[in-house]
Design a protein around this ligand. Sequence first.
Ligand code: ADP
Length: 326
Amino acid sequence: MSICFPKLVEAAILTSLLAYSPMELRIRNITKTYANGVKALSNVNLTIPAGMYGLLGPNGAGKSTLMRTLATLQEPDEGTITLGNLDVLNQKAEVRQTLGYLPQEFGVYPKVSAEELLDYFAVLKGITRRALRREVVESLLRQTNLWEVRRQRLGGYSGGMRQRFGVAVALLGNPKLLIVDEPTAGLDPAERVRFLNLLSELGESSVVILSTHIVADVSELCTHMAIINQGKILLEADPLRAVASLQGKIWRKLIDKHALASQSAEHKIISAKLLSGRTLVHAYSPENPGGGFEPVEPDLEDVYFSTMTGHYAPAQQQPEREEANV
Ligand code: ADP
C-alpha cells in the first residue's frame, strides 16, 4: 500500500528533512601556528557524527591543540567549527553550556571528597536546585563507580579513580559534546579497562571525541576515527572498513634485529617490534613480497602504521567535502 501526500505536504516534508541538522561536529579548514612558529594544525577538516570518535596520533601531532580549540579554550588562526546549529568559535557561552571536557591533566582539591567537589561543580554548571543536584550527583557517582568511595578525600584516589571523577565532572549537565584528551595514559591495565567500559556506556546521542596515541583505545571503542600527524589529518575512516581494506596486504617476518636496515631498504616495513629477543616486522605489499614473509590478518595497528609511514592512502582519505552531506 502506498501513501499519497498532496504535493504541498510532500514539499513541506522534504524541506524539513533537508533543514534537519543532526548533532554533528563540523571542523573546516582549521589552522593554528603558535607564537614560536610551530604549525600545530594545518587545514584540518573533519566531520564528526554522534557516537565515539577516535582521534589517533603520536605525541606532538596536534591533538591537544585541536581538543582545546573545540573546547573553546583557544582560538585557531583560521577556519570554522559548528556543532549542530551552533557556531563554536562565535557562540562560546552556548557551547560551554553543552560541553564536557576532560583534559589530559587536571587538578583536584586533595582535601575535599568527590561528593563535595562534584556538588560544587554542579552549582557552577547551573544546577542550583538542591534536590535535583543531589540526584544528579548520586547518579553520576554511581555511573562512574565512585559511589562507595564518595566520602574519601580526592587526594587519596588512584589515577583511575581520579580519571573517572573527571568523567563525572565532564558529564554534568548532559553535554552534547564530550571531549576526552589522552585519558588512558598513566592508567594501569585494569583501570584502563574500567575507564574504557565507562566511556562505552555513554549516550549515543552525543558527540564523544577520544584523543589518544594508543591504537587499542580506538579499536576497542570507536565507530569512526581519524589519524593526525604533524598537524595534518592523514586518514578519516571507519576502523573496521579501514582494517578490511588492508586484507591481503600485510605480511610478517621474524628477523634478526641487525637485519632491520636491509629489510627496510628492500620492503615497505611499517612496524617492527621485539618478540622473544628477535624482531617481528610487518610489511605493506599488495602482492606477496617473497623473501620469507608470510601473510597476516591486518588489524588497526597495521592501518595506523601503514598510514603513518605513508604506505596506505586509501580513497577514504580526507575527502574535500564542503557541504557534501546535506
Ligand atoms: P599532542 O596533543 O598530539 O601531543 P599538541 O597539540 O600538544 O600535540 O602539540 C602540537 C605541537 O604544538 C607540538 O609541536 C607542541 O610542542 C606544540 N605546542 C603545543 N602547545 C604549544 C604552545 N602553547 N606554544 C608553543 N608550541 C606549542
